[in-house]
Write a protein that binds this ligand. Structure first.
Ligand code: PLP
Length: 411
């Protein structure tokens, strides 16, 4: 990606971005709710929501106003001092997690999901003590791109270019409790698990699997860390994905939807576990910065106002029902508004997502045969109908082509 690089309508002689992402196809200028407009004025429906981030919609007026007001008052003061906005956000999030786990806890604000997991991994190592620092996670998982969160990520091909990885990480097949049992011994500080693997293909963990991990952690004295970075904040139809299984983790990592697009995350731990950290053990200049926390408060207020968990259940069901009759769809996995649309044999999810983009619907292919749908939780019934029509048309194209090939081969 050196030399001439065309962002639509902005051809650049020299691309100013490091070449870690594929060439961006479209430049977006503005959004509102589920809709986005590119620099040509073309409208799109956004069923990716910035990768499960913009849960209360693009340019949400409540969030926009809170951020603008805060910007006029105070952006940032550092952790030598407190600010009321971070305190309010921490109390709100602890309230939600107290209700979900039955435990009071404490949190550390981060700027991203990877940093939330870094904090959790450091906390687990400090809590475990010397000789007890291993973190066990699942194959197919995604926990971030920093070195430790990447080491926890169960995708060996992503480790390979950066070897050697930090020591102390073990991976087991997702959903296999026996394999987990074999891996969790007295050297294990924590098990780190997603309630639904997002990047790995929208693969839900069963309740038995999560309950089994909880029991196993209790038996050996390891922490159960649940990565709620993609599933958290109502996306799956409950405030947190682990609630579907009725388990109470010791540590919960958060980000994405928490600030509706403001870069902010958190690592929460029940109070006795958080007590393993002492002053100086961890930190970040921007932890709890007022401007990000203003977005968190407004986002959580909006989620509560619209009863986001209930909306996610109802609208998710509408999508599942709508897709059930669509030719080319073989299965719909996931919960609430975190759905993976599995395509019939021979259909190409990447091609479908590209054709859908051209037709004005933003989705992404999480693997060769699965399209992920994670729209804003504010998505409307009409927008869902429009998206399903577009998906049906894109799959019909591929099916027609497949049929022509078969007929061609037979004649
Ligand atoms: N954990 C999970 C489950 C995720 O889905 C992601 C991002 O997709 C991350 C961690 C990393 O978050 P971030 O990209 O904000 O560092």
């Amino acid at each position: 990606m050196t030399g001439s690089h065309a962002f639509n309508h902005a051809p650049l002689e020299h691309c100013p971005f490091m070449p870690v992402f594929g060439p961006p196809a479209i430049m977006f200028e503005r959004g509102r709710g589920t809709e986005l407009w590119d620099t040509d004025g073309k409208r799109y429906l956004d069923f990716l929501a910035g990768i499960a981030v913009v849960s209360v919609g693009h340019a949400n007026p409540t969030v926009a106003e809170a951020v603008a007001d805060q910007a006029e008052k105070l952006l940032h003061v550092s952790n030598f001092f407190a600010n009321p906005v971070a305190t309010e956000a921490a109390v709100k999030i602890n309230g939600l997690l107290r209700e979900a786990t039955g435990h009071d806890g404490q949190l550390f604000f981060t700027n991203s999901g990877a940093e939330s997991n870094e904090c959790a991994i450091k906390l687990a190592r400090k809590h475990g003590g010397r000789g007890r620092h291993t973190v066990v996670s699942a194959l197919g998982s995604f926990h971030g791109r920093t070195l430790a969160s990447l080491a926890a990520t169960g995708q060996p091909e992503k480790h390979e270019p950066f070897a050697p990885m930090p020591e102390g990480f073990r991976h087991v097949p997702f959903g296999d409790l026996d394999a987990m049992r074999a891996a969790v011994d007295g050297t294990v500080a924590a098990v780190l698990i997603e309630p639904i693997q997002g990047e790995g293909g929208v693969n839900p963990a069963s309740s038995e699997y999560l309950t089994g991990i909880r029991e196993l952690c209790d038996e050996v004295g390891a922490l159960m860390i649940v990565d709620e970075i993609q599933t958290g904040f109502a996306r799956t139809g409950k405030w947190f994905g682990f609630e579907h299984a009725g388990v109470a983790p010791d540590v919960v990592t958060l980000a994405k939807a928490m600030g509706n697009g403001m870069p902010v995350g958190a690592c929460w731990a029940r109070t006795e576990v958080a007590a393993a950290f002492e002053p100086g053990d961890h930190g970040s200049t921007y932890s709890g910065t007022a401007i990000a926390c203003a977005a968190v408060n407004a986002t959580l207020d909006e989620m509560q106002r619209i009863d986001a968990p209930r909306r996610a259940v109802e609208l998710g069901q509408k999508i599942v029902d709508g897709l059930r009759g669509v030719s080319g769809v073989s299965d719909v996995r996931g919960r609430g508004l975190m759905l993976g649309v599995a395509l019939a044999d021979g259909l190409d999810a990447k091609r479908a997502s590209q054709e859908l983009l051209a037709d004005g619907l933003i989705v992404n292919a999480v693997n060769a045969s699965t399209i992920r749908l994670v729209p804003p939780i504010t998505v409307s019934d009409d927008e869902i109908d429009e998206a399903i029509e577009k998906i049906a048309a894109a799959l019909a194209n591929q099916l027609a082509e497949q049929a022509r090939h078969v007929t061609g081969a037979e004649s």
